[in-house]
Design a protein around this ligand. Structure first.
Ligand SMILES: Cc1ncc(COP(=O)(O)O)c(C=O)c1O
Length: 240
């Protein structure tokens, strides 16, 4: 299957070596990987540390008491996860934000890491990691800026993810800027949901929510140089 396991002649479980997938060789990283497998792969494979394994990255696959069909599905999921993880994990940064926000305005940008494992959705863990990085660097966080549908992948942020982003910024009282310039460029499900739709049934401070749009992409009018800011915040609107 392309996953290294410890050799044995018999048994009710085997030890699977996921050390190459750890971000660092620590039990903390092992537990983080375990959480990813539970949440994204929907498999609970016990981390070695819960069986006193002292080296981080070993997982105990228990195949006793499981019918063949279930074992087959579980193996396929593990294989897909492991091979995908090795080949495709990537982070995507929007270079244009660097030009427009850092170079021109002087804003410091902290990137949020998105991974192929969950189709580049923004997880709360990744958001918290970026937020904590900013706090540690004594950067005052003023806004989260996202592109939905994303560039360059065209990935669509699902409703639950958008809700969790709204909750995140609302709890910490900073702004959310949604660049929805590629709103109608995706033709296959899942379909695009605007943040304006998401906040309709949420209890949040909508003064913090802003949408940007332009005629360049969906309308194919890049030369017109027409940009749109749709904000729920009257002060922002009156500045425009
Ligand atoms: C995500 C995103 N936002 C905004 C823009 C700006 O578009 P324009 O200046 O053509 O309106 C672009 C252009 O490439 C983009 O990719």
């Amino acid at each position: 299957m392309g996953i290294h396991c410890l050799n044995s002649n018999a048994g009710l479980f085997c030890w699977m070596d996921l050390r190459p997938l750890l971000k660092e060789p620590t039990i903390k990283a092992e537990m983080a990987l375990w959480h990813v497998m539970i949440n994204n792969v929907k498999l609970n494979v016990s981390p070695g540390s819960s069986f006193h394994c002292t080296e981080a990255g070993w997982f105990r696959v228990c195949f006793a008491n499981m019918d063949d069909d279930t074992a087959e599905i579980a193996l396929q999921r593990i294989q897909k996860f492991v091979t995908k993880k090795e080949e495709e994990v990537a982070t995507v940064k929007k270079k244009r934000f660097v030009r427009d926000l850092r170079w021109r305005i002087g804003v410091q940008i902290i990137s949020i890491t998105c991974e192929s494992l969950n189709n580049f959705q923004i997880t709360i863990e990744a958001l918290e990691e970026a937020y904590n990085k900013a706090i540690e660097a004594k950067i005052r966080v003023k806004s989260l800026i996202i592109t939905n549908s994303s560039k360059p992948l065209g990935t669509i942020l699902d409703k639950d993810t958008l809700k969790s982003l709204v909750n995140f910024i609302n709890e910490r009282n900073f702004h959310l800027v949604c660049d929805e310039i590629y709103a109608t460029t995706s033709f296959r499900p899942p379909h695009f949901t605007s943040i304006s739709k998401v906040i309709q049934d949420m209890d949040c401070n909508d003064d913090l929510i802003h949408i940007v749009y332009s005629l360049s992409k969906d309308m194919g009018f890049p030369g017109f140089r027409v940009g749109i800011v749709y904000s729920y915040n009257n002060e922002v609107v009156s500045c425009a």
